[in-house]
Design a protein around this ligand. Sequence first.
Ligand SMILES: Nc1ccn([C@H]2C[C@H](O)[C@@H](COP(=O)(O)O)O2)c(=O)n1
Ligand SMILES: [Zn+2]
Length: 159
Amino acid sequence: MKRQDYLSWDEYFMGIAHLSARRSKDPNTQVGACIVSEENKILSVGYNGMPTGCNDDDMPWDREGEFLETKYPFVCHAELNAILNRSTGSLKNAKIYVSLFPCNECAKAIIQSGIKEVIYGDDKYADTDNVRASKRMFDMAGVKIRLYKKTDRLVRIEL
Ligand SMILES: Nc1ccn([C@H]2C[C@H](O)[C@@H](COP(=O)(O)O)O2)c(=O)n1
Ligand SMILES: [Zn+2]
């Protein structure tokens, strides 16, 4: 008889999104994303971080202060990195698993890339206009959004 306690597709892909988030150097919010084809094949992964060539140690990670002394104008979001990390082919009809609901800039990139479903883990910025704009665009563009339904499963990986 086959094993019964294998990971569901949702657990597997959201797990990969969370594992990817662990690569982030952001001291406040670590986000991971995993893009998957209609056939449940992994197309790309990403996490939030500074652009290639911008040294993590020389870039600001603050949230407040002079705009140019904060991380905000510089950091690449997990979803955008996942979209850009895709090596070949299209993302048409793909799904994106992301640990935090996409911002409006990533929502535009998600829509334009052809991704048709967003499965998100957390929505801690739901009360911001930024996320409201994302939801409006997803709705108009026919991109399905779905809150990941947490299971009680804990995965421990020895590294
Ligand atoms: N969907 C999202 C939302 C945010 N991020 C990144 C951008 C920053 O590195 C961090 C948010 O920082 P906070 O304002 O919470 O200190 O998360 C992302 O990659 N994807
Ligand atoms: Zn974003």
